[in-house]
Design a protein around this ligand. Structure first.
Ligand code: KE4
Length: 432
């Protein structure tokens, strides 16, 4: 494949944008090579500025569950934009979207719309701290909740100490209010609560992890988080920015039957437009300004175009549960086909798949259930595989530690072609 225009575009972009990208993962640092610049998306396909076409498994990092350029979304935006792009005042559409979200997500009685997943998670922990009048937050090593200071925290020296800043600019003071536990290790949570329980405002967790690659909660792990937070009077926050409306029309919480106090949402609820949300019981959400004292605001929150897109997305997802069944089946078939091919090629791997989320880990391990398991994967092998698949017209997330996203528009043609290209690539890279 020729990438001359992308290479030139990247050179130009790097002169005026840090790293040439507006979000770090897009720069291909984790997989090497230069990023591809795209000009068009349609259904399961992307076209780059050199005219190359790819089957897309990034889906803008989750929003495109109904495929790129979903016609009802485009039509609704076209219709809405003629009346203006923002008013900074309430519109009925925002209420309609809020009512839709509440009707779909079991634990949400009231919801506030914001502009990004990071805003949603930052607001959720501020709300938890304001509601409980406690300062400490527990998060899990390897889980990502956006770039809020409280989340950019690395593991401290000991299991029972506070985190340390994981980025310059994050202060020690902030790191001293974040405790780190290990996903799928309930004892690591119990130890923290035994030591700090009365000071802990909330646990925030990706109920199914996407940001270590896909890691599925062991049975009872989420239930145990629910029990321990209730026992100590802390709140449970499910960060469903990725899993919300992805794993089911009611998110991961409806699949696992565990219901948090606060849920954060994003990605799919905008169908690619910038919008996110956080919600919970009325008792908790009524602590948010202007009703309550916990302050949170946003100039473009509830933006009419983004809200219109979200209404169209959720109307389809709410009314057609067969979508989830279909994309789950297609993803399972893809996952099993790739695993079979890797095994046949003598390339050890583990694939974690749930619904339309999956990750191929190149690892000698027989399972990937924890952060330690995930980071033991062979990143170099993934990079070689990624670049070979890219050259074969398959656009995967440019990092071992991300979820692949399958959409309702990944049909037999796309899945079979991906399986075929995977086999070709494995023969090419062999036991590298
Ligand atoms: P944003 O601020 O990027 O809209 O959302 C942050 C966020 C919060 N919670 C979860 C579970 C998330 O996955 C994310 C963002 N996900 C990444 C991909 N793993 C976005 C891609 C990027 O950073 O460019």
């Amino acid at each position: 494949m020729l990438h001359k225009k992308s290479i030139d575009a990247f050179d130009r972009a790097r002169r005026v944008i840090p790293g040439g990208v507006n979000s770090p993962v897009r720069a291909f640092k984790a997989v090497g090579g230069d990023p591809v610049f795209f000009s068009k998306g349609e259904k399961a396909w992307l076209t780059d500025i050199d005219g190359n076409r790819y089957i897309d498994y990034v889906g803008a990092w989750g929003p495109m569950i109904l495929g790129h350029a979903f016609p009802p979304v485009l039509e609704a935006i076209r219709r809405t934009v003629n009346d203006g792009t923002a008013f900074g005042a309430p519109t009925e559409r925002e209420t309609e979207l809020a009512e839709l979200i509440i009707s779909m997500v079991p634990s949400i009685e009231m919801v506030r719309l914001v502009n990004s997943g990071t805003e949603a998670t930052m607001s959720a922990i501020r709300l938890a701290r304001g509601y409980t009048k406690r300062d400490l937050i527990v998060k899990f090593q390897g889980c990502y909740h956006g770039h809020g200071d409280s989340f950019l925290i690395a593991a401290g020296s000991g299991a029972l100490t506070f985190g340390i800043p994981d980025s310059p600019g994050v202060t020690k003071a902030v790191a001293n209010t974040t405790l780190l536990a290990q996903f799928n290790d309930i004892n690591s949570v119990k130890e923290l609560f035994e030591k700090y329980g009365e000071q802990i405002a909330a646990i925030i967790v990706e109920p199914v992890v996407g940001n270590m690659g896909v890691i599925i909660p062991e049975s009872n792990f989420l239930r145990s988080l629910r029990d321990i937070t209730k026992q100590y009077g802390a709140l449970l926050i499910f960060d469903e920015v990725m899993t919300g409306f992805r794993l089911s029309s009611g998110g991961a919480q409806r699949i696992f039957g565990v219901f948090p106090d606060i849920t954060t949402l994003g990605k799919i609820i905008g169908g690619g437009m910038p919008i996110a949300a956080y919600g919970g019981s009325e008792a908790i959400m009524s602590h948010i300004a202007p009703v309550g004292a916990v302050y949170q605001a946003g100039t473009l929150s509830g933006n009419p175009l983004a809200v219109t897109a979200g209404i169209e997305m959720l109307k389809v997802l709410k009314n057609d549960s067969s979508i989830y069944e279909q994309i789950g089946k297609n993803t399972e078939y893809l996952s099993k086909s790739i695993h079979k091919a890797c095994t046949g090629a003598g390339i050890p791997c583990v694939i974690n798949q749930i619904g339309s989320m999956m990750t191929l880990f190149f690892t000698e391990k027989t399972s990937v259930k924890t952060y330690a398991d995930a980071i033991a994967s062979d990143r170099e092998k993934f990079s070689i595989y990624f670049r070979a698949m890219l050259e074969s017209g398959i656009y995967l997330p440019p990092s071992q530690f991300e979820s692949w996203f399958i959409s309702a528009t990944h049909g037999k043609i796309e899945i079979d072609l991906t399986v075929e290209k995977n086999e070709e690539v494995l023969r090419k890279i062999g036991g590298v």
